[in-house]
Design a protein around this ligand. Structure first.
Ligand SMILES: Nc1ncnc2c1ncn2[C@@H]1O[C@H](COP(=O)(O)OP(=O)(O)OP(=O)(O)O)[C@@H](O)[C@H]1O
Length: 307
């Protein structure tokens, strides 16, 4: 037998292969220490391990693309939601998608929260030895994937402005603080939202589509969203005054935002959002494309190792 590719070699040698994609700047620089532990756990599971350290934006995507084309069995993302977002984007349009493992070292870690992956890195690492796999939905926004949330409007812009330093210091509170601060000079923008044969038109400071129950660290924002229900859970804030009275903040904490009279809530499999103004978006906590956006759902698209 002539072996030409890694994939053929793995089949021939019956060797499982795992790629660790690690952002050394995540988690107050504790990543390098965690890599050693992850490598040991994976080796114990019989994996041949390749470690790839990111140095700049989109490195994680490039590494994950090569993990797909070289038919790796597992990709482990060590870092925050930003590294995870870049990693899953390497799986876009790939016929072979490795299983995903996760060691959350960020401040918010929405995806880990939604999947009940422990937030303590030492516990999350043990999950990599689990035989339990959860299939999860991915969202698409224009030509990229997202794992958690896509948002548009003035409030979404303010979330993009939260610095890493602020996030590390304040965690989820940094988001809430920025969001509330923004209210003072926040403005609603015209939006036209098409979803499943319906249209919503009006002015809104925030449109938000969630795939999971955890958004910005608030696990009660969309309590009914499960990771494999095949739906985008969408919220349109219709009136800013509701935030000024703090009732929305309370709703955020107690999970009743969708029932608020000034919130339009719907679920859909496909949504387009456009505006006559150049409105920015935020995707999984990172700055996203300017409107218009088209969102859709890839049901049960990725397999993730869970406890
Ligand atoms: N070696 C590196 N040094 C500095 N920045 C890096 C490095 N490698 C990748 N990055 C950048 O780090 C960012 C992702 O950081 P991280 O994974 O901690 O996500 P995060 O969104 O900041 O996490 P969280 O919000 O949960 O704290 C990306 O913008 C990426 O380009």
């Amino acid at each position: 037998m002539i072996i030409r590719t890694y994939a053929e070699r793995n089949v021939y040698m019956n060797q499982k292969r795992a790629m660790i994609i690690v952002n050394p700047s995540s988690g107050k620089e504790e990543a390098p220490r965690r890599v050693v532990e992850v490598e040991r756990v994976l080796a114990e599971q019989g994996y041949e391990v390749l470690i790839q350290e990111t140095a700049q934006e989109l490195d994680a995507t490039r590494y994950c693309i090569s993990a797909c084309t070289e038919a790796f069995d597992l990709v482990v993302s060590i870092g925050g939601d930003g590294t995870l977002h870049e990693t899953i984007n390497g799986m876009m349009n790939q016929s072979h998608r490795p299983r995903l493992g996760l060691v959350p070292l960020g401040t918010v870690n929405d995806f880990a929260r939604a999947l009940s992956i422990p937030l303590r890195p030492e516990d999350a690492i043990q999950t990599l030895a689990s035989s339990k796999v959860q299939r999860v939905d991915m969202g698409t926004i224009n030509n990229q994937l997202f794992a958690n949330v896509a948002a548009a409007g003035a409030l979404a812009e303010s979330l993009s402005a939260v610095t890493s330093e602020e996030k590390s210091r304040l965690g989820s509170l940094a988001y809430l603080k920025e969001g509330l601060k923004e209210l003072v000079h926040s403005h609603a923008v015209p939006m036209t939202i098409h979803y499943d044969n319906q249209v919503w038109e009006g002015e809104s400071p925030l449109f938000l589509a969630a795939l999971t129950n955890s958004v910005g660290g608030f696990e009660r924002l969309a309590p009914e969203a499960s990771v494999d229900d095949g739906l985008l859970h969408c919220f349109v804030i219709k009136d800013l005054n509701l935030f000024k009275t703090m009732t929305a903040s309370l709703s955020l904490l107690f999970g009743s935002l969708k029932n608020h009279k000034d919130v339009h809530y719907f679920t859909a499999k496909s949504v387009t959002v456009s505006s006559t103004e150049p409105v920015r978006t935020n995707v999984d906590g990172e700055e996203g494309p300017i409107l218009p956006i088209t969102l859709s759902i890839l049901p049960r698209h990725l397999e993730v190792l869970v406890p």
